[in-house]
Design a protein around this ligand. Sequence first.
Ligand SMILES: Cc1ncc(C[n+]2csc(CCOP(=O)(O)OP(=O)(O)O)c2C)c(N)n1
Ligand SMILES: [Mg+2]
Length: 432
Amino acid sequence: MAIKSKAAKNSRAQQTARGTSSNGRPAKAPAVRVNEHGIPDWRLEHPEFEVFEVSSGPEVHYEIKGKLDTPVPPIRESKYLNKDQCLEIYRWMVMNRRMEQALENLYKQSKVVGGVYFGLGQEACSCASAYALGPDDWFAPMIRNQGAQLVRGFHARDIMMQYMAKSGSPTHGKDGTSHYGDIEKRHMVSPISMLGDLLPVMAGVSLGARLQGKELACLTWIGDGGQSTGVSYEGINFAAVRKLGLVLIIESNLWAYSTPTEYQVNVKDLANRAIGYGMPGVIIDGTDACQVYDATYEAVERAHHGEGPTMIEAKLMRMKGHAIHDAAAYVPKEMHEFWRKRDCIDRFEKYLLGKKWLTPELNKKMIAEIEKELEADRTFAENSPMPEPHTAAEGVYCEDGCHVIKPKYAMPKKAKRGEGKLKETEAAIHFK
Ligand SMILES: Cc1ncc(C[n+]2csc(CCOP(=O)(O)OP(=O)(O)O)c2C)c(N)n1
Ligand SMILES: [Mg+2]
């Protein structure tokens, strides 16, 4: 849920209590199939194609074979979302996309310092998942999850100013991309560029909260490439062993930079790896906002009950290059076309129109409001000053008293005198 949304918060509690959707109707539960390893697969479509390498002389390129003309699947009916929540998620998704279009324009006008990253085609995965968090929960976005920041209370102007390195940006012009967080209000841990490193950090946030008496959900995302790193294994394993509230969404978007998944991992479903960690895994269609919400919602519930982490594999496609400099010419055209037809915003829009939860007039009005807001944010960001040169060295190192680090929720429980006295560890003895 959006951090400010009180109505959504209330309906979340009711849904849990009643086990029905908050629109009052009993939740419809379409049949769930499982894959050959017993991992639930909520998708209503199971694309069958494969990317393979073709070399002609020194040149290598990729081609695709398989069924590429199958019909676009419907949206899976949510067990939890009501009309207003669906409309709110849809609005965030449109805002996410249009903000990124504005960023692309700013880049082309040479107003951006450095590059720009996009989550085109992944807006449902970013927005509907962040929307499923409770107000106290934590999240740590990666480069494709700018939409999650909007849902959790950042404004487009913050992100624009950050890319433009303006003094009013979250890092006051010291960083051009996304290396900022907000541990006070929005409970956002800063993205870490070293892929996988956020996983143990988020497991640690969950453990820290538990020591302070709170079971929190700690949501983060990782790519199909990033989940192959060693530190990902360590972070997920630690969360599984200690039953920490890590909610991990693997954005299985078929490419890790220019490497297709087929040439990166030897499993078809990355969620199978949950079995090895001893934790639940689920496969969803990452272009279906309802599936993204429901899977995250259930993972968040597990986290709140201290039941441990969940691995959600969201299957989708990265619809642009790695960043703005990458034209992604290595992606076979038919593959791009297949996924373009499954655009998460178009599909959700059609679904909402079909249910009459959205009318063409309301849609037009909503989009006009978003455009107006973005235009105001863009003007604000463009007009805000660059940082003063003397500020370059400020706030780089921690100076006396600049950061008071204290427990956020409560003092960790101390053992009573004489009780639970710590034994001297082997390591401590070794250091003597
Ligand atoms: C440990 C590590 N290795 C390599 C990189 C360089 N790098 C940045 S993004 C990227 C591709 C990531 O692909 P994936 O995890 O699938 O995410 P996607 O870009 O598809 O969302 C690579 C190799 C890095 N940042 N960190
Ligand atoms: Mg990827």
